[in-house]
Ligand binder design. Structure first.
Ligand SMILES: Cc1cc2nc3c(=O)[nH]c(=O)nc-3n(C[C@H](O)[C@H](O)[C@H](O)COP(=O)(O)O)c2cc1C
Length: 194
């Protein structure tokens, strides 16, 4: 196995934007050499049904390994299981709060806690609007602990043609955090570009 291990933990929580989690799995599925460990919260399954009319199986089919959110004994619950980091996409305010305050009552929050304690990269694609003071404070706490708060804000300057395009660009920027290149990601080339 190469070092650092080409493993990414992907958690999908119940915030709006299930398509973000699905798109990340779809893009990463096509990248050779990456092992993906997926956890879905029960609220994520509901949101995916309501927003996309998709079931958990659609997400799970794209992952190398699937873990139950109740399985506190899973490999990714231990720091000895090496990974490149973790992304929570989308990240609800509930999951953000647990992570920011060190509460690890399910596998998503335990794996995030492990990611922080091992000083690995933790990207939280937080989705809520507007934000109250509790949300903002939790984002500050998570940032102070080493997480990267990365709300799914489209790069308007790149001229997305559709919501689907904007989602792909957002997910591409999340994957940039792990130095994972996927095709079709637009990049600013300077204002002199044609
Ligand atoms: C359709 C739908 C959209 C939701 N959107 C959001 C959202 O954007 N942000 C958020 O924090 N919670 C949102 N929620 C509420 C969360 O799903 C809820 O707080 C849940 O308890 C989160 O659990 P989890 O963190 O374990 O996934 C939404 C719920 C539904 C059903």
């Amino acid at each position: 196995m190469s070092f650092p291990p080409q493993r990414l933990v992907i958690a999908v929580s119940g915030a709006s934007g299930s398509l973000l989690g699905l798109r990340l799995l779809q893009l990463l599925h096509r990248v050779a050499g990456w092992e993906t460990h997926l956890v879905l919260s029960s609220a994520a399954v509901l949101t995916a049904k309501l927003e996309l009319n998709e079931t958990r199986e659609t997400f799970e089919a794209l992952a190398t390994q699937v873990h139950s959110n109740k399985d506190i004994g899973a490999s990714i619950a231990s720091g000895s299981f090496r990974t490149a980091g973790m992304v929570v996409i989308p990240c609800s305010m509930n999951t953000l709060s647990s992570i920011a305050n060190g509460a690890s009552s399910n596998l998503i929050t335990r794996a995030a806690d492990v990611t922080l304690k091992e000083r690995r990269k933790l990207v939280l694609v937080t989705r809520e609007a507007p934000l109250n003071l509790i949300h903002l404070r939790n984002m500050t706490l998570a940032t102070e602990a080493g997480a990267i708060i990365m709300p799914p804000v489209p790069s308007f300057y790149l001229g997305p043609c559709s919501l689907d395009d904007a989602v792909t660009q957002v997910v591409g920027r999340v994957l940039d955090q792990f130095n994972i290149d996927v095709p079709g990601i637009k990049r600013w080339q300077g204002s002199a570009q044609e």
